[in-house]
Design a protein around this ligand. Structure first.
Ligand SMILES: Nc1nc2c(ncn2[C@@H]2O[C@H](COP(=O)(O)OP(=O)(O)OP(=O)(O)O)[C@@H](O)[C@H]2O)c(=O)[nH]1
Ligand SMILES: [Zn+2]
Length: 395
């Protein structure tokens, strides 16, 4: 089942001159400015199909030399089998062992996805032009994503292209409701100072879904159509921004639409925000997506808007005199129109955010509605909009 029927028959991207099965990409000479290498984070609960997806990508024609990074050991699935385990206890100091794979791809494995490991990988420039990172099943992508989403340092050679989350159609509801097998599951919102032992359960499955740019609901062969629609609805209610696709054996119809070159962090289009505006739902008790709409702001209100974002994301509170319950923001996207015709694009992961001016003009000058989409816990409170409006109006 395709949950996004708007696009079909999108042509496969072909590298110029690539007409056989062994694409040759010419490494850039040392003195030319090198393009940033995209990294896609592949996350998903235990056994959801991450390794199956990587194997699938590596055998498909995509005209890219992909470096695959696995941050898990002891897995017995195909890719892992090809790894030399000699460096299993020390990946920091030694060069990362690379294993050549089909299609000119390479595979390496690091125990912890540390900055050092990636820098090490980047020294092999020219050897690859895309990085796929498979996280362990219990990883919280909100902790990993900001590592690759920086303005300097690593960010100069790598950019975060997107987060893809695999979901096991058969087990995901159990994971969300019971935190099955999940040592990270918690009922607290926020800090250790404010325990709420009766709050709804926050599981790793929630975190992986809430941070995703693309969600692949895999193993659809194991569920009925009715069960699947319950799963789709639940996931959509948690993350109203992500693109959702259903798969068997992780076989995505188009790699370029769902995995590679998503550019999920450098553009915020109106289409990106359209799903989330279909009203609020409370299907999942823990995480939801909420959209705040408001009129265009003036240039002089931009610092006020920034103050709202900073307070919300860095201080976990809302500016202005509003009362609100605790909240926790995982993902944020916005298009804010300014009356002079500019459009500001906002992107956030946890407490990291970025505000840029859109390259082209938005809609009609000053006519586009401003829209801010929040994904997280407790985001569905009217206080968010009240605080924003009050902060914009303050002097
Ligand atoms: N029935 C069915 N089985 C699948 C599907 N996709 C993957 N599997 C199987 O599910 C098991 C787990 O798949 P993996 O790709 O190893 O999952 P993973 O997310 O990498 O697992 P971990 O790394 O252990 O967290 C394997 O035995 C796969 O063959 C599917 O669509 N349907
Ligand atoms: Zn795996």
């Amino acid at each position: 089942m395709d949950t996004d029927s708007s696009d079909e028959e999108i042509p496969v991207l072909v590298q110029p001159g690539d007409d056989d099965s062994t694409p040759e990409l010419v490494p850039a000479p040392d003195d030319t400015p090198v393009e940033k290498v995209p990294i896609t984070i592949i996350t998903g609960y235990l056994g959801a199909g991450k390794t199956t997806l990587l194997n699938y990508i590596l055998t498909e024609q995509h005209g890219k030399k992909i470096a695959v990074i696995l941050n898990e050991f002891g897995d017995t699935i195909d890719i892992e089998k090809q790894l030399t385990v000699s460096d299993a206890d020390s990946t920091e100091a030694k060069p990362i062992p690379f294993v050549p794979l089909a299609n000119g791809c390479i595979c390496c494995s690091v125990k912890d996805v540390g900055v050092a490991a990636i820098e090490n990988l980047m020294e092999q420039r020219g050897g690859f032009d895309y990085i796929l990172l498979e996280t362990t099943g219990l990883a919280d992508p909100g902790n990993i994503a900001p590592l690759f989403w920086l303005d300097d340092g690593l960010g100069s050679s790598i950019f975060l292209d997107g987060i893809v989350t695999l979901v096991d159609a058969k087990n995901v509801l159990k994971s969300l409701d019971e935190g099955y097998g999940d040592e990270n599951a918690t009922k607290d919102v926020g800090t250790e100072h404010d325990h709420d032992e009766h709050g709804p359960l926050l599981t790793t499955a929630h975190l992986q879904i809430s941070h995703a740019d693309v969600i692949l609901i895999n193993k659809v062969d194991l569920v009925s159509e009715q069960e699947l629609s319950v799963v789709v609805e639940r996931i959509r209610s948690i993350n109203g921004l992500a693109r959702i696709e259903t798969t068997t054996k992780s076989q995505v119809p188009q790699l370029e639409d769902f995995i590679l070159d998503l550019h999920a962090y450098d553009e915020v289009t109106e289409a990106d925000l359209k799903f989330s505006s279909k009203g609020h739902s409370h299907i999942d008790p823990t995480i939801s997506t909420s959209t705040i709409t408001f009129p265009s702001i003036t240039s002089s209100q931009i610092p006020k808007f920034d103050e709202f974002l900073r307070t919300m994301l860095w201080e976990d509170t809302l500016p202005g005199n509003v009362t609100h319950a605790r909240f926790e923001i995982h993902r944020l996207k916005g298009r804010i129109s300014v009356v002079d015709g500019k459009v500001l694009l906002i992107q956030g992961v946890r407490n990291v955010y970025d505000m840029n001016e859109a390259k082209g003009k938005g809609g009609e000058s000053g006519q586009e509605e401003a829209k801010l989409v929040l994904i997280g816990r407790g985001v569905d409170q009217p206080a968010f909009r009240e605080s924003l409006i009050a902060t914009l109006a303050s002097s």
